[in-house]
Write a protein that binds this ligand. Structure first.
Ligand code: ADP
Ligand code: MG
Length: 515
């Protein structure tokens, strides 16, 4: 196609010749940029323009220095969006680097290797790092384009007599098929056909086309998964921004890294910063980020849905807000425990689904869970009595049942047990509160009985000791039936009288066991 002239703004060249002023369409352009219509229409140009625009919007992407996750010093703070993107990028890269190490470790020198590529955050197809770059972007010379594309007119053939070529001609058709491969997604590797007069039969071309499309769909799926998994790790861009703001405000000095990744939350370690809102920030903090994906929430709604403290709000809230309520619930429960003097993290601040509390542990190392620590028999006994006391305090003074109490949610620090993870804790009058308590008792009993504490009560004795109730059934099935009957009675009472039964209130003194 012939080049056409595309007008650009005329430079100020002073008064032009006379005929210029007479021209009804204004001055014809003397200085113009010459480029062909094909160029204007080309994808390449579109890409370049887009790139330019993006560059203008995000002038530079600052590489985040190796080291702490987020600090107050190593980031440019001028654009929230850019920061969020930088953080996401850094996080994804860290994740991929770890993945590569894992992949290397697993494969070793084995001839058959397993690829983790599909789990990578920075998918090669959308990567912007040179390491992951694929060379499809180099379109200066397209080896598959036919030198002079032969077009078949509408009538379906060209030429005359024995030189007639129809659209069914094998050679023409084969070359055309080869050329048509350029319509496949750019990341689709079509092989090295440079210098070859490659002719693809219809059958081969169709099979390739099919494969190219399914690859394209797979890539889209992977990308989708990537977006999703970011959210699943709880540190989606919005959360990162929230964390960053805490650092920027000086409340936290540095967020050093991840301490735990659970089904429902991710916990980070941070060094505390300056006092905020009159509150002294502990030197080391734990940041619990509640996951904002909703899969897990469904398993847990029974804890919160029936909790009268949140009942009115529950029905009116969207699931995202309910997740914030988990964080809120943990905060309230921790505060109650703190007031009762139970060893537990101290609440620092709550922002949406992010709860900052004091760190149980030292120098970035969290205190070990009871399940991971080997205690002397003396310490084991001490721990048992401490837990018994804490369960009673929790029930009586805090009016709470932990509801997920086990060696997984108790940390051993400074020669004593610390309770954590109380977002699911409920009041004993919760419709399932006593069942939760019984389950807690079973976990605690079994752990200490297995751990060789001869004094450890069995789960039924422990339940009575904590609740102050006197359920006499001597086997588990009957015991549980009585618990459920009590819960039902309470529910009916609440329905009819609008208040709970007196036996649930804390006026009956449960026996306290001393060391
Ligand atoms: P999850 O609901 O994911 O179990 P947890 O509150 O139990 O959440 O926290 C998960 C892990 O994070 C804990 O097992 C513990 O190792 C660590 N952790 C949580 N809170 C703290 C804290 N305040 N100090 C130190 N480590 C903590
Ligand atoms: Mg836990």
């Amino acid at each position: 196609m012939d080049p056409v002239e595309v007008a650009a703004a005329p430079p100020d060249t002073g008064p032009g010749p006379v005929w210029q002023s007479k021209c009804p369409w204004g001055a014809p352009n003397t200085a113009s940029i010459s480029c062909s219509l094909a160029d204007v229409m080309s994808e390449q140009l579109a890409k370049e323009l887009q790139l330019e625009e993006e560059n203008a919007a995000f002038p530079e992407v600052v590489a985040v220095a190796e080291g702490p996750f987020i600090t107050g010093e190593n980031v440019d703070t001028s654009s929230d969006l850019m920061l969020a993107q930088m953080l996401q990028m850094e996080f994804d890269r860290e994740y991929d680097a770890q993945l590569r190490r894992e992949e290397k470790k697993i494969n070793g020198d084995s001839k058959v290797s397993i690829s983790f590529e599909n789990y990578r955050k920075v998918h090669p197809y959308d990567s912007d790092s040179s390491e992951d770059e694929v060379d499809w972007q180099d379109t200066r010379h397209d080896p598959y384009r036919a030198d002079k594309p032969t077009t078949t007119p509408r009538k379906g053939f060209i030429g005359k007599g024995k030189d007639i070529t129809t659209k069914h001609d094998e050679v023409v058709c084969g070359r055309k098929n080869t050329a048509r491969m350029e319509n496949f997604a750019p990341e689709f590797q079509v092989g090295d056909g440079i210098g070859m007069d490659l002719k693809l039969s219809n059958q081969v071309f169709n099979a390739l086309k099919q494969h190219a499309y399914s690859e394209e769909r797979r890539s889209a799926r992977l990308h989708e998964k990537k977006e999703h998994s970011t959210a699943e790790k709880a540190v989606d861009p919005k959360t990162r921004l929230l964390l960053y703001k805490m650092v920027n405000a000086g409340m936290l000095e540095t967020i050093t890294g991840c301490v735990s990744t659970g089904k429902e939350s991710v916990v980070f370690h941070a060094y505390g910063g300056n006092a905020t809102e009159g509150k002294v920030i502990p030197p080391e903090c734990a940041i619990k980020v509640f996951k904002t994906t909703l899969n897990e929430f469904k398993n847990r709604d029974k804890y919160i849905k029936d909790d009268y403290r949140f009942k009115d709000r529950f029905s009116k809230l969207n699931p995202r807000k309910i997740i914030r309520m988990w964080a809120e619930k943990e905060m309230h429960n921790l505060t109650r425990m703190q007031n009762a003097g139970i060893p537990c993290p101290e609440v620092v601040i709550l922002k949406k689904h992010v709860l900052v509390m004091s760190f149980i542990g030292q120098d970035q190392v969290p205190a070990p869970k009871l399940k991971d620590v080997t205690l002397s028999s003396e310490d084991m006994k001490k721990a048992y009595y401490q837990i018994l006391n804490m369960m009673q305090q929790l029930y009586k003074e805090c009016n709470l049942v932990h509801a997920d109490l086990s060696e997984y949610n108790m940390l051993w620090h400074d020669g004593k047990v610390w309770l954590i993870d109380v977002s699911q804790s409920v009041e004993p009058t919760h419709p399932h509160g006593l069942e939760f308590l019984f389950r807690d008792c079973r976990n605690v009993s079994q752990f200490f009985q297995k751990g060789g504490v001869a004094e450890a009560l069995n789960e039924r004795e422990l339940f009575n000791a904590v609740s102050g109730l006197n359920i006499t059934a001597d086997n588990e099935v009957d015991f549980q039936a009585e618990i459920e009957a009590l819960e039902k009675m309470n529910e009916d009472h609440v329905q009819n009288h609008g208040k709970k039964l007196s036996m649930f209130s804390s006026d009956g003194d449960p026996p306290v066991y001393d060391e």
